[in-house]
Design a protein around this ligand. Structure first.
Ligand SMILES: *Cc1c(COP(=O)(O)O)cnc(C)c1O
Length: 368
């Protein structure tokens, strides 16, 4: 049996090498390496793919979320509702602005922010709700939109893991006031370095982000606000333009592999499989199972040459970075249990069904 990697990033380059190499040459030959046509062409194409009016290319996913919150005027003294169960970037984007992230527990079946728990976390300082489409599964956007409207809050979604996901047949990216995207190499739509974007249907917010990402400047050497330097690299934009048309087919391959896992793993003792609520189109960025003996299971798979990862071993509220919050183990028990039991199985558009069958066989051979 051959080794099975968690994700083979080189395979996507191998599939598209002539087009990617041509994109590289086009940008190098253009003599234009900051902002410009290549980035704008990607913005137009990605906005269309998301069903959004505007797209702004930025440096990475963390900056995308940060600039949205900044542009909306969120800052010191404000609170933003975030999932307790997420990658720390979601929280850091809030902290960057000077505002405070207020964690809310997930629905244990979907891993996503539980709308029923948001009310209890609201305060007079709450300004925004920032759900994550974790692992590629859309958050419960209707319920969250309703809560946001009722309390006059901004709704911003972290779609770093959800390129190509859809909610009730509407693509993620045009569902909230603004959406933050990451094109980190391992994402469903991944660049060859850091890259990110914001999509929004709000023209005023789009204009503010356009200024903020480029030193607060619309005209060179004229600075209207104290901005940042966070621009999508034209070379990365060119690579993303090559990959974007392949995203639907690549996500379909992920969905077929997810189906294979779901059909064969139901009988495995102790396992909790991902569930997809009605009306949600999962992007299957990650295929995350839960198991009470997660560490032993990971070891068992490793011995059979199968690489798995843990997303994520430590929740943000227990990281030293957020020690100031004074939150102890047990503060967010649902989240902590997910972190203790979650295991991400190999998943990606270049993994073969035969490889997935090998992973399934290895899982089923785990002694109960
Ligand atoms: C990857 C990721 C980010 C951050 O993206 P970067 O481009 O690495 O800054 C933010 N949120 C989530 C949920 C992510 O998975």
């Amino acid at each position: 049996m051959s080794e099975i990697p968690f994700l083979d990033l080189h395979a996507a380059y191998a599939e598209l090498q002539p087009e990617l190499d041509a994109a590289y040459r086009r940008v190098m030959d253009s003599g234009w390496y900051i902002l410009g046509q290549e980035m704008e062409a990607f913005e137009t194409e990605f906005a269309a793919a998301c069903g959004a009016e505007h797209c702004l290319g930025v440096g990475n996913g963390l900056e995308a979320l940060h600039l949205i919150l900044r542009a909306a005027g969120i800052g010191a003294g404000d609170e933003v509702i975030v999932p307790a169960n997420t990658y720390i970037a979601t929280w850091l984007a809030v902290s960057y602005t000077g505002a405070t992230p207020v964690p809310v527990e997930p629905n244990p079946l979907t891993f996503n922010l539980d709308p029923n728990r948001v009310d209890a976390a609201l305060s007079p300082r709450t300004r925004a709700i920032l759900p994550v489409h974790l692992y590629g599964l859309p958050a419960e956007m209707d319920a969250l939109t309703q809560i946001a409207a009722q309390h006059h809050l901004l709704l911003v979604d972290d779609a770093a893991q959800a390129q190509g996901a859809a909610y009730k047949n509407r693509p993620v990216g045009g569902l909230a006031h603004a959406t933050g995207w990451s094109f980190y190499p391992g994402k469903n739509l991944g660049a060859y370095g850091d890259a990110g974007a914001v999509t929004t249907n709000d023209p005023a917010l789009a204009e503010k982000i356009r200024l903020l990402r480029n030193y607060g400047s619309a005209q060179k050497y004229h600075n209207q606000v104290k901005g940042f330097n966070s621009r999508l690299d034209p070379l990365q934009a060119a690579f993303l333009r090559v990959k974007l048309p392949h995203l639907p087919a690549w996500n379909a391959r992920r969905a077929a592999l997810a189906d294979l896992y779901l059909r064969h793993l139901g009988e495995m003792p102790g396992i909790l499989l991902p569930s997809v609520p009605e009306g949600m189109q999962h992007a299957w960025h990650l295929f995350v199972i839960r198991h009470p003996r997660r560490d032993a299971l990971q070891q068992h798979l490793r011995q059979q040459g199968i690489q798995t990862l843990i997303h994520y071993p430590i929740p943000p509220h227990l990281q030293p970075a957020y020690a100031e919050m004074g939150l102890r183990p047990g503060s967010f028990p649902i989240s902590e249990q997910i972190h203790a039991q979650a295991l991400s199985l190999p998943m990606g558009p270049h993994l073969s069904p035969a490889q997935v069958e090998q992973v399934i066989a290895a899982l089923l051979s785990f002694p109960a």
